[in-house]
Design a protein around this ligand. Structure first.
Ligand code: UDP
Length: 339
């Protein structure tokens, strides 16, 4: 049995990763500081250590105790674009410094494989779509900049210490485990799909669409959505790729199809059968017009085949989670009102 460490395994995407790994027979260790994650999101078959990856002594303790860990899946980063515009240092500390501390300890313990959650935000405002992995990376927000630095740090750590990496550049993520047992629960919630579904379920009055004067067909931002299970499967394929002796590399994970914010709203109205009131508000800082992935490299090289290729299906799984868990994991005070 292969033992792996999932950093950020209590978070939205990390918890789906843990679930998928366990289903596929891996032995899973989870580290999470529970700042944004939820204890209840962690599959009970994983061994959980609560702590911060920037705390090197804590991480040494985990690697000492769990001496069979062969690879690290890294999901433990802050990821909210507008927050990063206001608090850039928070992002460079947690994300970028976190990567430095992690690689130092991995190197001490001779752990030489890392699969990293990177982001389309490293590309900034693309010159053309779909975006290829070889396109220029010029982030337009601190979140994207923090992750681009993490990619570069991994590159030089590979050169110097032989720590192999796969950087998976996610586009937008939506959906939940189809049985509705785990899903997306952020405090405060800032992402489009869960906010739309909060309006559908009556938890919020209306959706504010952030700008309709972008350079896109209907004026609202266009994004490329992927389901967290498809992301998780790509991570497992990426580990197989490194285990086969292949070199470090980066891959886009997207469906190669774009949906505008208006189209997502319409799709959610279809799926939920609810009217979902919406109003156009001002632009939010740091949003590129359109982000669509060229994902043929992941399909060809890793053999990745996303199973959820229809946003209606993705939204249906997210709606199932929302209906079954109207208060999310219900393990903290609702701070949304304070933000
Ligand atoms: N968005 C919006 N209203 C909201 C939340 C998000 O119009 O209440 C827009 C946002 O401006 C962007 C898209 O939805 O164009 C996706 O944003 P999200 O925060 O979900 O993901 P991101 O692209 O920032 O990772």
């Amino acid at each position: 049995m292969t033992t792996v460490l999932v950093l950020g395994g209590a978070g939205y995407i990390g918890s789906h990763m843990v679930d998928r790994l366990i289903t596929k027979g891996y032995d899973v260790v989870v580290v999470d500081n529970l700042v944004t994650g939820h204890r209840k999101a962690i599959n009970a078959k994983a061994r959980f250590y609560e702590g911060d990856l920037r705390d090197k002594d804590f991480m040494r303790g985990v690697f000492k105790k769990e001496d069979k860990i062969e690879a690290v899946f890294h999901f433990a980063a802050f990821s909210i674009v507008p927050e990063s515009m206001k608090k850039p240092l928070k992002y460079f500390d947690n994300n970028t410094y976190g990567m430095i501390a992690l690689l130092e300890v991995m190197n001490e313990f001779n752990i030489k494989k890392i699969i990293f959650s990177s982001t389309a935000a490293t590309y900034g405002n693309p010159e053309h779509v779909p975006i290829k992995e070889t396109d220029p990376q010029n982030p337009i927000n601190p979140y994207g900049a923090s992750k681009l630095m993490m990619e570069k740090i991994m590159h030089w750590s590979d050169e110097a210490y032989g720590i192999k990496f796969v950087a998976l550049r996610y586009f937008n993520v939506a959906g939940a485990k189809p049985d509705g047992s785990i899903g997306e629960d952020h405090h405060p919630e800032t992402h489009l799909v869960p906010i739309i579904l909060q309006v559908a379920s009556g938890k919020r009055d209306k959706l504010y669409i952030f700008g309709d004067d972008y350079n896109t067909p209907d004026g609202t931002n266009v994004r490329d959505y992927v389901h967290p299970f498809d992301l998780a499967d790509a991570h497992i394929l990426a580990l197989d790729y490194l285990n086969a002796g292949n070199p470090s590399d980066a891959f886009n994970l997207g469906s190669s199809t774009g949906f505008s914010n208006e189209e997502m709203l319409e799709a959610a109205r279809d799926v939920t059968g609810k009217p979902i009131p919406a109003e156009v508000g001002p632009r939010r800082g740091g949003d590129p017009d359109t982000l669509i992935a060229a994902s043929d490299k992941a399909r060809k090289v890793l053999g990745w085949q996303p199973k959820f290729d229809d946003v209606h299906e993705m939204i249906k799984t997210a709606w199932n989670w929302t209906v079954k868990h109207p208060n999310g994991y219900d393990d903290r005070n609702d701070q949304d009102a304070n933000h």
